[in-house]
Design a protein around this ligand. Structure first.
Ligand SMILES: [Zn+2]
Length: 535
């Protein structure tokens, strides 16, 4: 993943580098010259603008957004940073920042641009604090905005400082720290937006540098030969980022053309020899344009159809509403399950608990909210047990049932382990009725049916769930809806009509619906029998 630049000047040298390297991402500080923006946009790269402002008071974020809007309106950049820089990265301030960053992303949407949020400094926020920023992550992931992180190495190992492990298993606390963030999101089942490294390089993170000069130039003399010079390190980092090409859209080296002398040690534009080395190293990496951020969820006109009401109508006495008895709590680790756009729902995911059939919703709740999972409540929306359907997680929430896809799925789980056990008829019937109810809601609310999949059939899920003995029913339920019936031709066989009506009468009687049975008999069956017998 070729290195982009964080540009504040030296535009001619920046242009030469960009023409030679075609990096997937280029970032501009305050001024984004039209020719450079068009150059990068032209080959499909991502152009990002940051408006710099000393004042990062959370109480004056509105004013900051107005400054950004003014700058962005006249620019063709595709993305704008709409978040304070390396600030408000913990505790209550981080929670507040999450809300403001959502406002920033909405501004970006109004301007037809991608919002870039977070803008967290090296190693921030603390992994235990991420949940405070969760609303912004969920919003960004849903709408195709980007999460910005800064990664600098330092000391004798430069960009390798603190990196342990090889290949995709490599993790860092400075560079490659974003992988720990992705690990957290995976465990917490939080949808993570795509990541862009909006500052990177080598800083004086350790006290080895005698003077106050900062940046790779000051650090270079520390690196042993096997670590390599800055271009070697950057190429190694670039190859590692490319391993996450589906999660990271690009990265930029901080300080190109920076005017302020305190950034002189970072400024590649004043180091022709290193700039040439860097250009050559980067040109040896595959030339890939920035992956296009996911399209925002198409606005679906969701009709306000009461999901619970539909369940009641389809499931009757089988349905048990457990939402008040097993309520969502605030997880000390992950916060609360977030809300979601109903229009994004496209799949019914079927699970098993992989435990005993006798496991009650209360037991599942205690397990999911307990020390092992630490979730906010049961990870599913509906839990079938003993032929009953328990509504355990409000359908308007994205829960913890399909990693990375939670905003899109309604999860139905059947108690039991169907890698070995057989499905009880009563549970099979409950699942059929439940899927039928959800589809009826989807048809009425979204104007379309949902896909039906076993958990392990969904992309990126390595799991045996819901088990080989449950999958055939899932496949049956996934069957395409009957298309338009063929036009009826020929004369009806009244024998068959009479038989069906008699059958209908018997079903109604069996269900104790005597009045309805009498109605069918009086209104239709008698007539059909008369015609059948030619009377
Ligand atoms: Zn599952």
């Amino acid at each position: 993943m070729r290195m982009g630049l964080h540009i504040q000047g030296a535009y001619d040298k920046a242009e030469a580098y960009i023409r030679a390297v075609r990096p997937p991402v280029v970032k501009f500080l305050d001024d984004a010259p039209v020719t450079l923006v068009n150059l990068v946009n032209g080959y499909g790269g991502l152009t990002i603008l940051r408006v710099y402002r000393e004042d990062q008071d959370l109480g004056r974020f509105d004013e900051y957004l107005r400054d950004i809007e003014r700058a962005a309106r006249g620019s063709a950049v595709r993305a704008i940073e709409v978040s304070h820089n390396e600030a408000h990265q913990a505790g209550a301030e981080l929670a507040r920042k999450a809300q403001l960053d959502i406002e920033g992303m909405k501004l970006a949407e109004r301007l037809g641009k991608i919002g870039v949020v977070g803008c967290f400094s090296v190693g921030m926020p603390d992994l235990d604090d991420w949940h405070l920023y969760r609303p912004a992550l969920e919003y960004a992931a849903k709408r195709g905005h980007l999460l910005a992180k800064h990664e600098y190495g330092g000391g004798r190992l430069g960009m390798d400082m603190g990196v342990v492990g090889d290949g995709k298993a490599a993790r860092g606390y400075f560079c490659l720290r974003y992988r720990r963030d992705l690990d957290w999101a995976h465990r917490a089942m939080v949808p993570m937006p795509k990541i862009v490294i909006t500052e990177a390089g080598i800083d004086d993170l350790t006290p080895h540098v005698p003077d106050k000069t900062r940046g790779y130039k000051a650090a270079t003399h520390l690196h042993p030969p096997e670590v390599g010079d800055y271009a070697t390190q950057a190429a190694r980092y670039a190859r590692r980022l490319a391993e996450d090409g589906d999660r990271v859209v690009g990265w930029v080296d901080f300080g190109f053309g920076a005017q302020d002398p305190q950034w002189g040690g970072f400024n590649l534009a004043t180091d022709d020899r290193m700039l040439e080395r860097m250009t050559n190293e980067m040109r040896r990496l595959p030339d890939v344009a920035a992956p296009q951020p996911p399209k925002e969820v198409p606005p679906v006109d969701v009709k306000p159809i009461d999901f619970y009401g539909v369940l009641v109508r389809h499931l009757g006495a089988r349905l048990v509403d457990q939402r008040a008895t097993l309520p969502d709590v605030t997880s000390p680790r992950y916060g609360k399950f977030g809300g979601r756009l109903l229009g994004a729902i496209d799949t019914i995911a079927v699970h098993h608990t992989a435990g005993p059939k006798s496991q009650t919703p209360r037991q599942v709740y205690d397990f999911h909210t307990g020390p092992q999972r630490q979730w906010s409540g049961i990870g599913y929306h509906l839990l079938i047990q003993g032929g009953r359907v328990h509504y355990v997680g409000d359908m308007t929430t994205a829960r913890a049932c399909v990693a990375d896809l939670n905003p899109r799925v309604i999860c139905v789980c059947v108690a039991g382990d169907y890698t070995t056990e057989r499905l009880d008829d009563s549970d099979a019937e409950a699942l059929r009725l439940t899927v039928g109810a959800i589809q009826a809601w989807a048809q009425a609310a979204l104007g379309r049916r949902l896909g039906v999949k076993g958990h392990g059939e969904l992309p990126g899920q390595a799991t045996a769930c819901p088990g080989g003995n449950l999958l055939p029913l899932v496949r049956e339920l996934a069957g395409a809806p009957p298309t338009k019936p063929a036009p009826v031709t020929g004369k009806p066989d009244m024998g068959k009509v009479a038989w069906a009506l008699e059958e209908a009468t018997r079903i109604l009687e069996r269900e104790g619906l005597a009045a309805e049975a009498a109605f069918v008999g009086r209104q239709y069956t008698t007539d059909a029998i008369r015609r059948r017998d030619g009377r």
